[in-house]
Design a protein around this ligand. Structure first.
Ligand code: DLZ
Length: 168
């Protein structure tokens, strides 16, 4: 099995997150995993300059509800990006497929409808061990990757929205 930390990145390639606002929506299902993802995301946002008061976390029952939780941030707050964190583990029924399809399509729809980055930080694995490996284990922490992606996308949106159209 590969043991490369997939979350390794060059910190100096990440823009400053100072002044950016983030919403993090966390699924309670498989909470040992999603709690670790949340910790990785929060630590990473802080490391890159986000203020604790600019990071708001909310919880939803399962990954299927991540879309609705993300929509609350987009509709009722002025976040620069939303990070959706969940963990869906394959069982013996097609439930896995329906949840994964639902949340993927839901988050994709939101990010285009609101034109605000919504980051997909959902682990979709066959086993609990595979999830643990990616939630602070030997393969890194998907929450870290989601936070880095959120900062980069928020910076991209800020750059474009600050541009004078006559100068492009
Ligand atoms: C029902 C269910 C099952 C079987 N498995 C998971 C899972 O592995 N990960 C997860 O985040 N949520 C799971 N859920 C709950 C659904 O996401 C959702 O909360 C319920 O179907 C209610 O809409």
């Amino acid at each position: 099995m590969a043991t490369r930390d997939l979350s390794l990145y060059q910190p100096d390639t990440v823009p400053s997150a100072r002044g950016m606002k983030f919403g993090i929506v966390v699924s309670e299902w498989n909470h040992d995993i999603t709690g670790a993802l949340k910790q990785g995301a929060v630590d990473t946002l802080l490391l890159h300059g986000a203020q604790p008061s600019d990071i708001r976390v909310c919880y939803v029952p399962g990954s299927f509800e991540l879309t609705s939780g993300a929509q609350c941030f987009l509709e009722y707050t002025d976040v620069d990006a939303v990070i959706a964190l969940g963990c869906v583990i394959q069982g013996n029924t097609p439930h896995f497929t329906y949840i994964c399809q639902g949340v993927t399509q839901g988050l994709t729809r939101l990010t285009t409808e609101y034109n605000i980055p919504v980051i997909f930080g959902v682990l979709t694995t066959d086993t609990h061990q595979q999830a643990a490996d990616r939630a602070g284990g030997v393969l890194g922490n998907k929450g870290v990757e989601a936070a880095v992606t959120a900062i980069k996308m928020a910076a991209l949106h800020r750059d474009f929205s600050a541009q004078d159209p006559s100068e492009t």
